[in-house]
Design a protein around this ligand. Sequence first.
Ligand SMILES: [Mg+2]
Length: 220
Amino acid sequence: MTPRFASVILDVDSTLSGIEGIDWLAAHRSEALRVRVTQLTDDAMSGRVTLDSVYRERLDAVAPTLAECQTLGLAYRMKVAAGAADTVRAFLDAGVRVAVVSGGLYEAILPLAESLGIDEADVHAVRTFHDERGYYDGYDLRTALATESGKVTMAQLIALPRPLLAVGDGSTDLAMRTAGEADAFAAFTGFITRDAVVAGADHVVSSFAELRALVLGDAS
Ligand SMILES: [Mg+2]
């Protein structure tokens, strides 16, 4: 069966893995920081405030060291969504291009993506800078991914083969479809269900098995 989509863009936090990376890092610092950062993330992902307005505040408050980014990478892999590895492999075997587009941290996301067989060139996330001792030294302020429309801009830039399916749990994922940079959007509810995102979705999938059936057909 011919796949229904030539490309799939996957979100990471609460989609490929059951972790919100920045929240996870904050929780390892202090309870107060965890509460503050979790609230900011939820506000942004629910579309109550723009990601632009909270991204820098969140990341500078957490200021992750390189070692913490790497530990987060391990945590992402520990909490990888059930069936994600099989589904990504099936997509790649069927000739479907798989890309990761995330507002999360590149240093942590790359090992997860590579463990799933996704090409490094298809991994798009926010790069952090660290000094020679590994301390946080800011992030790539030029990246569009730290903004509300960042995934739209990135999808435009990487111009993957169409038709393209965007998959994720957040408003920034849905935005790719709304802007016409994706031909369809599947809300992933395996970890969290955001009503405003589900309401705008073409499809709702609660597992990677369902996502696989959506893209490759039930017979695969
Ligand atoms: Mg997400």
